[in-house]
Every structure is written in structure tokens, then in C-alpha cells.
Ligand binder design. Structure first.
Ligand code: C2E
Ligand code: MG
Ligand code: MG
Length: 574
């Protein structure tokens, strides 16, 4: 091989080697999806690899072309990008910059890696360019959801608490007030159950966007959860005050919300208000106080508007305390049953006894069922409590039957959720069978609230119980929706007229008219009427005169302990 041939082979081998490397670099570049350029500081020119056209709509061949890159990025990025690309300054070895493009609004990431010789002089720079628009949008979206609520576009709970914290701090420094309104849609579950979740969400969204219109520098709103919203007002005054916002909400709610193309929903809301510094001193405490007031408002029914005050907080703390005591009481057997006699009007013979639960706290203090039963109904404890009452009353009744040959009616109060339990009928009949008590002696007292749940189903269940001999009594009539017209549809045996009627029956002519028509209606339907809470002889005489069948009240007998009932039963057998 001569020298020339050798040189040629060597060159060919080097060329081949080069084109392999070149191919490899291009492939790597393709894999990263980026474009790269190398700026040679000695020669002051550049080399490129990658698909520059897809980034810039133009080619970069010579250094002058770099100027065109600066033209397409948004103004604030031009100088930093010049610095990153420049060969003039020795600068940092590595640098990165994310730039927004002017027209396309895409995001480009520029990375620079500089190379220096032993004397520290710049040899060259590699600039890598990547389109990061997709990642930027994802990050923006993530960022959005960390501040905003998906359904309503209002602030989410966390961010709202942070902003409210800032309001409170500002108010503290400037000696101003901050109002917090907790807004809860009444009976929202009815919309969700009746129209479905999609319309439910639409309602949440529409009401949320209505509330959004109140937002300003000093007013913030959030979707707290499900059907609950919260508004905070810094330095409330003028149009931006609780009263004004409440008025605007009331005005809006006079019109229904149109959902989808053909549904609509009319709603009312319950609002609880707590203010800094009177109610609480921190954002979370303010929200809690407003929530407690809204909860209290809910117990009044629909459309309530309430301001926080200390008695509400006290009552709430008491109910929390009671809730934990109730849980203990179930295990510790701290419940007792009292029995209140019911007498036939006229002959005053014993008609029955109503079992009434009593809860004795460890310090022997009695707590009224009117206080703890609603709490137990809310937290579900009414199920074990109600089951205990039913079983214990039947056991006790069986004992009295054996001891005294009693044949009176035993009335047991049953809560709606207890009655709706699947095993309710089985439990009742198991207890009757175990204690050998005839169902004809048992009466279940239920309030009208049970009929709100599922009228047809409840009536069916009542009917089947009646067929098995159980009596059904409608308790506290007159306190619920009390429509006389629906009475005829109800499978009941007894109707108990609430004490509130009896209290004023002698003094108020309207009450008298209503009471007389109730008793007339009950008679014509063939039910039995019981007047509750009769305390005076005059009331008794009047009720007897208008044809009331049965009297229950302090006048003829207070609720009695087991020992006292036994005294009464003994005196009757004599
Ligand atoms: P209710 O079923 O309407 O019971 C009648 C209530 O009126 C009883 O109050 C009774 O003591 C009271 N009362 C009767 N006559 C008079 C009177 O002449 N004057 C006055 N001032 N009050 C009278 P109590 O025992 O405090 O029970 C209150 C409510 O608690 C009951 O009203 C009932 O709704 C509920 N309750 C009681 N025991 C049970 C139970 O075992 N289960 C369920 N679910 N609820 C119960
Ligand atoms: Mg009752
Ligand atoms: Mg009652």
C-alpha cells in the first residue's frame, strides 16, 4: 500500500466514523424532541442539529439568524435569552430559561452548557431547545386546582382559609371587622335524588357563579363542600355587607334555576354569620362559628338567617358533650323508661301507657328526651337507643301482665330512621314472641316527619303492621305539615293532638276551631283521638265536650317510674 492509498483509506475510515457519530447525534436529538446548536467561540460560527423549522418557521444557518429567535419570544424574555445564548460573557457554565412565544403562545425551554479551556476562556456553548407547552399547561392546570374548586370556579376551601387568614390579619392591624357567611342550600339532597347528580352539580355550579359576582378586592367566596358555600367580607359596609348580600341572595332565589334544557329547581338557603373579632379571632374559628350557626339555623327548618352569639356556641358545646355521653350511656345502661298513663274521657278508665325514655347522667341529673333524642337522631344513635326502648318496654309490659293481669295499650315512640330500618318489623315481633305479648296491645307512635321520607313505602309498612294487629298512632299532630286532607290516606288507628293546641284551646278561638275540626275529622275516619298535655280541669271538660276520646297529661297522671306504675296497677286490681 502506497502512502497516498493509506491516507485515502484513513480519511475514508474517519469519514465513516464521523457519519456514524453524526447519525447517532441526530437520532438522539430526534428522541429528545429538541433542537440543538453549538456556538463555536473561536470561529464565531455555529452548527445545528434537529428540526429547527418546527420550532421557528425559519432555518438557522449562520450566527446572524439567531436574531430571529429574539423576535419570536415575548418581550420580557428577550434580554435574558440574549444573555443565555451570548458568547460575550463567560457567565455560568449551565443556564436554563423558559420563554413564552409572542404569537403562538407556546413555551420554549432554552438550556445552555458552556465549555471553557484550561485558562478559563470560553470555547463554545451548546444550546438545547425544547417545546414544553404541554407540561406548562399541565402545571398551570394543577396550579389552578390548588386554588379553585372544579365545579364552581370559586376558591377552594384551603385557599379560602388562607385568604381569610390574610383578611383577619389586615383587620387586626387596621381595627376593622371581617364577616363570614356560611350559606347552605336547604334540602339539596332532594334536588340530587329527584333530578339526579348531573342536575345537582349544575345547580351547585349556577349558584356558585351567582355568588362569584359578589367577589371584589374585599369579598371572597368559596365552595366549601357539597351544597355549602362561604363568603368573607373585609371591612363590611355599603353594598358589601352581610345584609346587602343576603338581600341579593333572597332576591335571586325568588326565581328558579334552569337546569339543562327543561328542568328547573327553586331553592332556599340557610345562612349562618360569624364576625371577627366578636365571634372568633382566627380564620378557622370564624368558619367553625359560622358553621355552628348555620347548623343551628337548619334546626329551624328552611330559609333561616342567623348571627353567631355565645348562647349558640354554648348550646353546641353542650350537644357535643351530650353526644359523647349518649355513646357511653348505651354501653353503661344509663337509660330508664317512665310510663305516662292515658285515660278514656268520661269514665277515666286506664286506656294505655306511653313509654318515655329517661337519661340519667352520672351526677344523677336527668336530661330531657326532647334534648337528646334529636341529637341521637342526627348521629344515628337513635337506632340502638330505640331498639332498647322497644325491647325493654315489651319486656316490662309482659312482666306487668303476669303480675297484675294488665290489659292496657303500651305506646312506644318510634323515630323515622328506626322505623325505616330493614330489620325493624323482625325485631318487634321477635320481642313480642320472646315475651309472649299479643301485638294487639302494642301501639307505635310516630310523628308526621316519617311521611316525608317515602310516603308510599311508609304507608305500606304501616299497613302490614296493622294487619298483624299492631296499632299505629300519629304523634304530635299539628306541629308538622298537618294537612287534614291527607289523613284519610293514612293507615293509622290513633291521632294525638299536640300539647301546643291544648295549651291555647281555651283562650284562642282559631285553635278551638282547628281542634274541633281535627276531632270531627278523626271521628268520621273512625280513628281514636288523644289529647296530649292536658294540665287543667277546664281543658279536660272542654275536650270531653267536643268528643275527644282519650286524655294524656299532668292533670290525670305524670310520667311514672316503674315503681310508681306498679303502685298504680296494684291500686287498680284491688
Ligand atoms: P311525646 O311522644 O309527644 O311525649 C309527650 C311528652 O309530653 C312527654 O315528654 C311527656 O312527659 C310530656 N307531657 C305529657 N303530658 C304533659 C303535660 O301535661 N304537661 C307537660 N308540660 N308535658 C307533658 P318527654 O317525656 O319529655 O318526651 C318528649 C319527647 O321525646 C316525646 O314527645 C317523644 O317525641 C320523645 N321521646 C320520648 N321517649 C322516646 C323514645 O323512647 N323514643 C323516641 N324516638 N322518642 C322519645
Ligand atoms: Mg309520643
Ligand atoms: Mg306527642
Amino acid at each position: 500500500m502506497n502512502e497516498t492509498q493509506y491516507q485515502m483509506d484513513l480519511l475514508k475510515a474517519m469519514n465513516q466514523n464521523l457519519s456514524t457519530r453524526d447519525r447517532m447525534y441526530r437520532m438522539i436529538c430526534e428522541m429528545t424532541g429538541g433542537a440543538f446548536l453549538y456556538l463555536d467561540a473561536y470561529k464565531n460560527d455555529l452548527v445545528t442539529i434537529g428540526d429547527f423549522v418546527s420550532f421557528f418557521d425559519f432555518e438557522i444557518k449562520v450566527k446572524r439568524d439567531l436574531e430571529r429567535i429574539y423576535e419570536i419570544v415575548d418581550e420580557p424574555y428577550v434580554m435574558p435569552l440574549r444573555e443565555l445564548i451570548s458568547l460575550d460573557k463567560s457567565g455560568k457554565e449551565k443556564a436554563m430559561l423558559e420563554c413564552l412565544t409572542r404569537k403562538k403562545k407556546t413555551w420554549l425551554q432554552f438550556q445552555a452548557l458552556a465549555n471553557y479551556d484550561e485558562q478559563g476562556k470560553l470555547v463554545g456553548k451548546v444550546i438545547g431547545i425544547l417545546d414544553i407547552t404541554k407540561y406548562k399547561l399541565q402545571a398551570e392546570e394543577l396550579n389552578y386546582y390548588s386554588f379553585y374548586d372544579v365545579i364552581t370556579g370559586l376558591y377552594n376551601r384551603n385557599y379560602f382559609v388562607r385568604l381569610l387568614g390574610e383578611f383577619v390579619q389586615k383587620a387586626k392591624n387596621a381595627q376593622k371587622r371581617v364577616s363570614v357567611m356560611m350559606i347552605d342550600i336547604d334540602d339539596f339532597h332532594k334536588v340530587n335524588d329527584g333530578l339526579g347528580m348531573v342536575y345537582g352539580d349544575e345547580l351547585i355550579q349556577q349558584f356558585g357563579s351567582f355568588l362569584k359576582d359578589f367577589c371584589s378586592e374585599n369579598v371572597i367566596a368559596c365552595h366549601l363542600n357539597s351544597d355549602v358555600y362561604c363568603i368573607a367580607i373585609y371591612d363590611p359596609k355599603g353594598n358589601y355587607s352581610v345584609q346587602e348580600i343576603h338581600n341579593a341572595i333572597t332576591e335571586r332565589l325568588k326565581r328558579p334555576f334552569v337546569l339543562g334544557s327543561q328542568q328547573s329547581a327553586s331553592i332556599t338557603v340557610t345562612i349562618g354569620v360569624a364576625e371577627y373579632p366578636d365571634a372568633a379571632k382566627t380564620a378557622l374559628d370564624l368558619i367553625n362559628c359560622a358553621e355552628i350557626v348555620a347548623l343551628k339555623g337548619r334546626s329551624y327548618g328552611r330559609d333561616a338567617f342567623l348571627y353567631f352569639d355565645q348562647p349558640i356556641l354554648k348550646e353546641f358545646m353542650r350537644s357535643l358533650d351530650l353526644e359523647s355521653k349518649l355513646k357511653d350511656a348505651i354501653h353503661r345502661n344509663q337509660f330508664e323508661l317512665y310510663y305516662q298513663p292515658q285515660y278514656y274521657c268520661g269514665n277515666k278508665k286506664l286506656r294505655g301507657m306511653e313509654a318515655l325514655i329517661r337519661f340519667r347522667e352520672s351526677d344523677n341529673k336527668m336530661i330531657s328526651p326532647s334534648i337528646f333524642i334529636p341529637i341521637a337522631e342526627k348521629n344515628g344513635d337513635i337506632i340502638p337507643i330505640g331498639n332498647w326502648v322497644m325491647e325493654e318496654a315489651i319486656r316490662q309490659y309482659a312482666e306487668w301482665q303476669v303480675m297484675y293481669g294488665s290489659r292496657f295499650i303500651l305506646s312506644i315512640n318510634i323515630s323515622a330512621s328506626q322505623f325505616l330500618q330493614e330489620d325493624f318489623v323482625d325485631r318487634l315481633f321477635m320481642a313480642l314472641k320472646q315475651h309472649k305479648v299479643n301485638p294487639y296491645f302494642i301501639e307505635l307512635e310516630m310523628t308526621e316527619s316519617i311521611l316525608i321520607e317515602d310516603f308510599d313505602n311508609v304507608c305500606e309498612k304501616m299497613k302490614s303492621l296493622q294487619e298483624m294487629g299492631i296499632r299505629i298512632s300519629l304523634d304530635d299532630f299539628g306541629t308538622g305539615f298537618s294537612s287534614l286532607s291527607y289523613l284519610k290516606k293514612l293507615p293509622i288507628n290513633t291521632l294525638k293532638i299536640d300539647k301546643s293546641f291544648i295549651d291555647t284551646v281555651l283562650t284562642d278561638s282559631t285553635t278551638r276551631i282547628i281542634t274541633e275540626s281535627i276531632i270531627g275529622m278523626v271521628k268520621s275516619l273512625g280513628f281514636e283521638s288523644v289529647a296530649e298535655g292536658v294540665e287543667e280541669e277546664q281543658q279536660y271538660k272542654y275536650l270531653h265536650a267536643i268528643g275527644c276520646d282519650v286524655i294524656q297529661g299532668y292533670l290525670l297522671g305524670k310520667p311514672l317510674s316503674v315503681t310508681d306504675v306498679e303502685k298504680l296497677l296494684r291500686s287498680q286490681t284491688r
